[in-house]
Design a protein around this ligand. Structure first.
Ligand SMILES: C[S@@+](CC[C@H](N)C(=O)[O-])C[C@H]1O[C@@H](n2cnc3c(N)ncnc32)[C@H](O)[C@@H]1O
Length: 263
């Protein structure tokens, strides 16, 4: 069976369309905006940028944003949204298709955003810490990092395994239909990696079906380890939130959202 090196392959136009129609919360954008309220025209980098859900509002606010996205379909959707911006705003947005784990992030940024479970896209502590290290190198001294993930509570080893679960499904504007399914195969407790079988079921408007199946791996991260990685990579933690609305973090919080400054 085909293998995908990370957690989920988003590279299908209907996946990008369904992502946009389902992921329409803006709490994290509001939180980021409140944190940078005092700053004008920041140089921002957003790896794992998807369809530009966060980047587009930020360029509209006057910031310059560089996006790094691995999936051409997610990127193409961001390009389409950018085309609707006025020229000056559009010129503040750079959209790059690359694997953020292995490409050069550049340097001198005021703010780097790792939003919406970006670290859960990855397959290992090595690739996850590489991103935190890249963020540290990519920021100028005094620059900020926003990292937002679910706070892993240590329960993935319980499964379910061998059972198919629908992750998302829906119709595209053209009448096509897609369903993304995952099936947990096993959880390696030592390196804490979930091995998965993923299936993407697609039916085009004339009704022809295509089923793609592949193996993937996903590694959850906890509040404590992200905090440790930040401290080991020269960050001072300014705020720890337990949700995207800016509520304080506690051990029962579902999320671990860090606002950290590069020392
Ligand atoms: C959950 S989406 C989040 C998108 C965006 N940050 C947001 O908040 O709307 C995660 C995105 O990360 C992208 N991604 C996954 N692995 C990546 C990698 N190694 N390099 C760059 N992008 C990656 C996926 O293709 C997907 O578009």
């Amino acid at each position: 069976m085909k293998e995908y090196k990370y957690s989920l392959d988003y590279d299908h136009p209907l996946i990008a369309e369904l992502y946009d129609s389902t992921e329409n919360s803006s709490d994290d954008i509001d939180l980021i905006r409140s944190l940078i309220d005092d700053f004008n025209a920041l140089n921002v980098l957003e790896p794992f940028s998807g369809t530009g859900r966060i980047a587009i509002p930020l360029v509209k606010d006057g910031h310059r944003v560089v996006c790094i996205e691995i999936s051409k379909s997610m990127h193409d959707r961001a390009v389409k949204k950018a085309a609707r911006l006025d020229r000056n705003t559009r010129n503040r947005l750079a959209l790059i298709v690359k694997d953020a784990v292995y490409c050069d992030w550049g340097g001198g940024y005021d703010l780097i955003i790792l939003a919406a479970n970006s670290l859960y896209e990855l397959d290992s502590p090595q690739t996850q810490t590489k991103c935190i290290r890249n963020a540290s190198r990519g920021l100028k001294s005094g620059g900020y990092l926003f990292v937002d993930n679910d706070d892993y509570k240590g329960n993935w080893g319980r499964g379910p395994f061998g059972r198919q679960q629908v992750v998302f499904e829906g119709h595209g504007a053209d009448g096509s239909f897609g369903r993304s399914i995952k099936e947990g195969l096993r959880f390696d407790e030592s390196d804490r990696v979930l091995h998965l079988k993923r299936t993407w079921f697609y039916e085009n408007p004339p009704g022809e079906e295509k089923i793609t199946t592949y193996l993937a791996a996903q590694r959850p991260v906890s509040h404590d380890e992200v905090k440790q990685w930040l401290e080991q990579n020269g960050f001072e933690i300014i705020h720890e939130y337990g949700d995207r609305k800016g509520g304080n973090y506690n051990i029962d919080s579902e999320r671990a959202v860090f606002w950290a400054r590069k020392i």
